[in-house]
Design a protein around this ligand. Structure first.
Ligand code: AVJ
Length: 319
């Protein structure tokens, strides 16, 4: 069935050279940084799946409960004969709730991890034999001209998990604007983590079991595995404070001592206490997110929140 209804399009693919180049450039900057998109190699994706099961990491189960409870209302927003376009689709798990409720004509999952996307698409195809599947191997942060599919009446975007939080507000507005262009007037269902008690946010990124620390350090392990670097993982510590002024959790790897690391033939000397920035996770209120969406040409037409106000699902309409 995969071959009849499934067309694979490869617009971009992660290449080791990209990782190598971005890593060397990032470590050469002050402050040093490593782009968070490199968290998601096979091991990183496995660790992130484990994070989603943690007691402290409320985001995934809260969003999934919202998708389950409001599936019918959301399906009405998506409309009949639709194509769902998912940005950064990952494991293709959450979308099943939308596929069951909205019964779209087509589904276009977009992800940069080509092989992983092919695997999970094959599994999905077996469960949804009548769904036109168009996996797109691409960097969803780029402008994506997505060709129209026959039999589709409207397009609806899906961007769950509060991944929008990884982008600083200006970059987030730019990304939402590009998504608006790719969706050709279609709406966007987006998951947004809400501002809350800093202690709760801190716990979500500093879990007792140390899984987030392993996820963070996996960046260094990946550099050793793929690029022959010589990072000593025990010589770096995970550090993820919530910054109330910037309304974001900031993740860092902190050098525990003066040390040198060689990456792609380049030597980097770290001071004790020196930080390498690896991720931001911005948090919003419904109003501050509506303002961000408006900057990108969207209107927040409907939103759903859990009783504790931890997480919001928003339906955006192009204006
Ligand atoms: C997948 C980007 C939404 O920022 O909460 C989880 C990634 N980082 N724990 C987030 C993440 C640390 C997650 N996003």
């Amino acid at each position: 069935m995969m071959d009849t209804l499934c067309t694979v399009t490869r617009l971009a693919e992660t290449r080791d050279s990209d990782f190598a180049q971005c890593l060397v450039e990032g470590l050469s900057r002050t402050p040093r940084e490593i782009p968070c998109k490199y968290f998601y190699d096979a091991e990183g994706s496995r660790l992130f799946d484990a994070i989603c099961e943690l007691p402290e990491y409320y985001q995934t189960r809260t969003e999934t409960a919202l998708l389950t409870r409001h599936a019918d209302e959301i399906a009405k927003r998506i409309g009949p004969q639709a194509e769902i376009v998912e940005f950064g689709a990952g494991a293709l798990k959450k979308v099943r709730l939308l596929l069951d409720a909205a019964k779209p004509h087509a589904y276009t999952p977009i992800d940069i991890s080509g092989d992983y996307l092919m695997d999970v698409t094959r599994t999905l195809a077996a469960d949804y034999p009548n769904l036109a599947l168009r996996p797109l191997v691409a960097d969803f942060t780029a402008a994506l001209p997505i060709a129209a599919l026959p039999g589709v009446r409207s397009r609806a975007g899906f961007f769950p998990g509060s991944t929008i939080g990884n982008f600083r507000p200006d970059a987030a507005a730019g990304l939402l604007r590009r998504m608006r262009a790719s969706l050709n007037g279609g709406g966007l269902l987006i998951g947004v983590d809400l501002i809350k008690d800093p202690a709760r946010l801190h716990a979500a990124y500093n879990d007792a079991a140390g899984v987030t620390a392993a996820f963070n350090k996996n960046l260094l392990a990946r550099a050793n595995r793929e690029l022959g670097a010589d990072f000593d993982l025990d010589a770096f510590a995970h550090y993820a404070p919530y910054n109330p002024a910037a309304q974001r959790v900031e993740m860092y790897l902190i050098s525990q001592a003066r040390q040198s690391v060689t990456v792609c033939g380049r030597r980097f000397d770290f001071a004790a206490g020196e930080a390498v920035h690896t991720e931001d996770s911005h948090k919003y209120t419904p109003d501050s997110f509506a303002d961000l969406a408006a900057r990108a040409g969207w209107r927040l037409a409907q939103e759903w929140r859990d009783a504790d106000g931890l997480f919001m699902l928003a339906w955006l309409e192009a204006v």
